[in-house]
Design a protein around this ligand. Structure first.
Ligand code: DC
Length: 274
């Protein structure tokens, strides 16, 4: 006969009880972990916002927008670059003569203008492509700067570019800078900033930038004139003129260092997101 060793029923029950409790405990922990992970993910996803940074030309808004986007892992879109691309296309295709634009022809050609942004792997900077060609340098030249406000005032151009910009922000997690981002492109953006600085300050920054890039043919007065003229056109055009959105936070960075304005912007973001 084979005898099973006698076990104390009490010990056996205790062991089974501990096993059941341990399994339940583990299941409970697993469920808790899943609930925690789901809520963490949904909070993180929900927390992605749209950041609209508008302001005058050469106010430093692009620089601060880029820095913020990099710090918080958002995409950065320079909407001014898109208007510059259309201007470059018009210049290269002889659609601008003097200050006159062949608007009818431009409208028929708008669908031929493909603008994309790609991150340069070696510099980490977002660069602008026009119909597959890198035009990042070309669109910053004076010949484009001189005409871009005229192109940006054409309602059909604005309508097309605003449509493309809105598509880029569909999934949020985007920092876009321009003139009408907080008022027209993303009127419901969770964070809106309106950047300003005196015309002389902005012209000085632009002049230094051009000199650093090797431009020798332009004087400070010419840059100042261009800045003032662009302010005038941007503020007085009929469609989406440059203005501060009612719910935008204003920043005058005339006396701020780049590091100070970056810190100011990050603090504002942290306040809004928390
Ligand atoms: O930011 P920027 O200087 O590169 O802009 C170039 C021009 O495009 C400027 O004259 C204003 C215009 N612009 C606009 O009308 N709307 C935008 N959202 C962005 C730029």
């Amino acid at each position: 006969m084979c005898y099973k060793p006698l076990r104390c029923p009490d010990t056996h029950m205790k062991k089974s009880f501990i096993a059941v409790v341990t399994i339940r405990h583990l299941l409970w922990c697993k469920n808790l972990f899943i609930i925690f992970a789901i809520s963490y993910l949904s909070v993180m996803l929900k927390k992605k916002i749209i950041i609209a940074i508008d302001g005058f030309s050469s106010s430093g808004k692009s620089t601060m927008a880029k820095v913020l986007a990099k710090k918080i892992g958002y995409a950065y879109i320079d909407s001014g670059a898109m208007y510059r691309c259309v201007t470059l296309y018009c210049l290269d295709n002889h659609l601008i003569v003097g200050d006159k634009v062949d608007v009818d022809k431009l409208i028929t050609l708008l669908s031929d203008i493909k603008i994309t942004f790609k991150v340069n792997a070696s510099t980490g900077a977002s660069e602008t492509y026009l119909n597959g060609v890198n035009v990042e340098h070309e669109i910053r030249q004076m010949r484009v700067s001189e005409k871009v406000s005229i192109i940006a005032a054409i309602p059909e151009v604005r309508k097309e570019l605003v449509k493309q910009q809105q598509a880029m922000g569909r999934d949020k997690g985007i920092v876009m800078d321009g003139r009408d981002i907080g008022t027209t492109v993303f009127p419901d953006a969770e964070m809106k900033v309106y950047v300003n600085a005196s015309p002389a300050t902005r012209a000085r920054r632009r002049f230094q930038e051009l000199c650093a890039k090797g431009s020798t043919s332009i004087t400070f007065d010419e840059v100042l004139k261009n800045v003032c003229e662009r302010d005038r056109i941007d503020q007085t055009r009929e469609v989406s003129p440059l203005r501060r959105a009612d719910d935008a936070v204003e920043l005058d960075n005339s006396n701020m260092t780049p590091a100070e304005q970056d810190e100011w912007l990050l603090n504002l973001y942290n306040k809004i997101i928390s």
